[in-house]
Design a protein around this ligand. Structure first.
Ligand code: ATP
Length: 298
């Protein structure tokens, strides 16, 4: 279990991370969200001890994260820090040794993961000869060679094609089933929505929303109703208090509503019409992000 308690980082007068706290349980996937410059990378660096905190605590299974505990952590940095003159094998041996792994064990793990990511043919190629996406896969492999207790992934999906995104997602789920705590950032909300059970949204280093995703969505409530059918009494719907914009698209009406109660009122009005579809929709994480973060700047 990762425990982050009241961590703070400032550069001069600029507060980059402000009293941030959260927990990531064993086998839990956690999303750290925020717009550019919100403080995600700084947070990751403080967690693994690459950057000194002004204050606060980071504990992994109750132990303060220090050089020894770092052996149990895998980190994929946003700026992809590989030694490009080394071959893939040399790179893995270097990272594995840093994590106190035996030579044979490193090579065994390397072969397994290269095969899994379908890049075995590059084992003896120099990193600089690989495409960006394949370099990224190598970096991911180096981060998981030692089956870390905590895996931190800064924008792991950026630059990967859909096939490799699928493989990476599957591997993330495998590591989850091995009880690894996984924390990642992404600007692609659909990945966070699909993979993360828990999340924090940061604005200027401060938490503005946190919790389990299903709960966040429930709290947010119903914000849209989609109706397909014949003779929908639009003029009546427009008069209902709490009904916003009504958009017609592909023979469907998409109606902005204030809450579930308004959705119910709409249903009462249209139920005697010839209805083919009636759907009350909770917002996507992307909608929530835009409203919460956007609202903060207004
Ligand atoms: P992105 O999504 O763009 O990667 P991020 O959420 O990861 O952004 P950080 O890289 O953590 O954001 O940066 C947070 C803030 O800290 C930014 O305003 C950045 O300019 C500032 N910052 C980061 N490193 C330094 C530094 N060494 N000196 C001064 N300011 C810094």
């Amino acid at each position: 279990m990762l425990t982050v308690k009241n961590i703070r980082k400032t550069y001069g007068n600029l507060v980059v991370v402000d009293n941030l706290s959260f927990e990531v349980g064993d086998g839990e996937i956690f999303g750290l969200l925020g717009e550019n410059g919100a403080g995600k990378t700084t947070t990751f660096r403080m967690i693994i001890g690459l950057l000194e905190k002004d204050k606060g605590e980071v504990l992994l299974d109750g132990e303060e994260v220090n050089y020894q505990v770092t052996d149990k952590i895998g980190f994929v940095t946003e700026e992809r820090s590989l030694l490009t003159k080394l071959t893939v094998k040399e790179q893995a041996l270097y990272y594995g040794a840093l994590k106190s792994m035996e030579h044979d064990q490193i090579l065994k793990e390397l072969d397994k993961w290269l095969d899994r990511f379908q890049i075995s043919q590059y084992k003896n190629k120099k990193i600089k000869e690989l495409s960006k996406g394949n370099q990224q896969k190598v970096q991911f492999i180096c981060a998981i060679l030692n089956h870390p207790k905590l895996l931190i992934l800064d924008e792991p999906f950026t630059g990967l094609d859909p096939i490799n995104v699928k493989i990476l997602k599957e591997v993330i789920y495998e590591l989850k089933s091995e009880n690894t705590s996984i924390i990642f950032s992404s600007h692609q909300m659909e990945y966070i929505e699909e993979l993360c059970e828990k999340l924090v949204i940061l604005v200027k280093g401060k938490t503005i929303l946190e919790g389990y995703l299903p709960q966040i969505k429930d709290d947010y409530g119903i914000k849209k109703v989609v109706i397909k059918g014949k003779n929908i009494p639009l003029s009546k719907l427009e008069k209902i208090k709490g009904v916003g914009t009504i958009l017609e698209k592909d023979n469907e009406f998409i109606i902005d509503v204030l809450n579930g109660e308004v959705a119910n009122k709409i249903f009462q009005v249209v139920k005697s019409s010839e209805i083919l579809k009636f759907e009350a929709v909770t917002p996507s994480l992307s909608d929530i992000f835009i409203e919460k973060v956007g609202g903060y700047h207004e």
